[in-house]
Ligand binder design. Structure first.
Ligand SMILES: [Zn+2]
Length: 433
């Protein structure tokens, strides 16, 4: 659990710390919270009183979800001093754009996923060409999700996981270098106007890291989240804090040079990890080596919107004895391992978390390469570095974006979030008794 401070001017931070403690440890008591956070029992009690008044926390351990109204509370067992987050009271939608689809999830403050929707993007509306039609599909996904939940009044806002880099200096603009259709698009404003909800935008890999942080009960974690979607991105977390950098774009692992003699990258450099190992690069190289007719005969469709499916297909071909597919996937996995080793040596983390649709079938191959590569990590004799898959899978970015909204709404000082497009307000409700 994070440590609080007893200075009077950081009340919001302490409130977020206490709320996070209750969220991660349902059934915890004020005394336990005081011990874990380093706050005085009086301070914790005051904050808990405020959280009870706002209806964000309740006494007892909840069962089930009730929008805004009283949750069913388990009787017996834990006494009424046990605290838990009130389910259904504060919700957020997370949206993640991929080349082929838009995912939306509805997340509850207690961490429950109340619903998911996937909208497939027709070829001509993909975010690579123009983001505006894709925003239309995202708006539909949000409306369906919120409508089906019956919890519209409890939805605080929409978090968007978007491909970076992002310009946070004004209305959030995307400057995604390898997705020309995204450049200069005010994503937050577009989606806020379309949905009528406050919107915040987060780099997709950072959002995935936030999602992994949010969904884990463990505290004090330090990890690199490697997101392999159509492209490759990274999010770095050190002791539960997201490393953001000067402009909020830290973690561009996809643009670490892994092969100086490799292919040119749209960013301007040569031999970036993304240019060598992203699914789109691997699929393209395979087609070049065997020829387009042979690639099609092998089951690849070779369109912009089937990149991840084609990438999955390559792994199946490799397992079936296709030496070219095997060699290209091995080259990509080795490149990923090389970049991860470099980042781990720089930031000294104890976990590498792998996620994204680009690892649906190649995940084990990549994990093994990364694990082997870390055999020469500088800190190998000091601590192990675990390599594992993110628990949220393909939805990590969407979940992270949703959890970022909840954090932003509940703490004005949480470091992992950029200012939302509009103010988020939680109105008080009658305490539950
Ligand atoms: Zn690059």
């Amino acid at each position: 659990m994070r440590r609080g401070t007893n200075l009077p001017w950081v009340g919001d931070y302490n409130q977020a710390v206490v709320l996070d403690g209750v969220r991660r440890h349902p059934g915890t008591s004020r005394t336990e919270l005081a011990t874990a956070t380093g706050l005085t029992l009086q301070t914790v009690s005051n904050i808990v009183r405020r959280l009870l008044d706002r209806g964000l926390v309740q006494e007892g351990v909840p069962e089930g979800v009730a929008c805004g109204g009283p949750a069913r509370v388990r009787s017996g067992g834990k006494p009424r001093t046990a605290l838990s987050v009130r389910p259904g009271r504060a919700l957020a939608v997370g949206v993640q754009f991929e080349r082929e689809h838009v995912d939306a999830v509805l997340l509850d403050l207690s961490g429950q996923v109340l619903g998911t929707v996937r909208e497939h993007l027709p070829d001509e509306t993909g975010p690579a060409t123009s983001v505006r039609p894709a925003v239309g599909h995202a708006t539909d996904a949000v409306a369906r999700l919120v409508g089906a939940s019956g919890c519209a009044d409890a939805v605080l806002g929409v978090g968007v996981a978007a491909p970076g880099p992002l310009d946070f200096s004004g209305p959030v603009l995307s400057s995604a270098i390898n997705l020309p259709g995204w450049r200069g698009v005010p994503i937050a404003d577009l989606l806020a106007d379309a949905t009528g909800l406050p919107v915040l935008v987060e780099n997709d890999a950072t959002a995935a890291a936030v999602g992994d942080l949010w969904s884990s009960p463990r505290v004090g974690r330090s990890f690199l989240y490697l997101h392999v979607g159509a492209g490759i991105g990274g999010g770095v977390v050190v002791r539960d804090e997201v490393l953001r950098g000067v402009s909020g774009n830290a973690g561009e692992v996809g643009h670490v040079v892994v092969d100086p003699h490799g292919p040119p990258c749209p960013c301007g450099a040569t031999g970036c990890l993304e240019a060598v190992a992203a699914p789109v690069a691997v699929v393209r190289r395979y087609a070049e080596r065997v020829g387009t007719p042979a690639a099609r005969a092998a089951g690849l469709r070779l369109t912009e919107h089937t990149v991840l499916d084609d990438h999955d297909r390559l792994e199946l071909l490799a397992r079936g004895g296709d030496a070219v597919a095997d060699a290209e996937l091995a080259r990509a996995a080795a490149a990923i391992a090389r970049a991860v080793l470099g980042v781990v040596n720089v930031v000294d983390v104890s976990e590498v978390v792998l996620g994204g649709g680009g690892l649906r079938r190649t995940g084990e191959r990549v994990r093994e390469a990364v694990r082997r590569g870390l055999g020469v990590a500088m800190t190998r004799e000091l601590h192990p570095v675990q390599v594992r898959f993110g628990e949220a899978g393909e939805l990590a970015g969407a979940l992270g974006a949703a959890s970022a909204v909840l954090h932003e709404a509940l703490s004005s000082t949480w470091v992992g979030v950029h200012a939302p497009a509009r103010e988020i307000v939680i109105s008080p409700v009658a305490p539950v008794h």
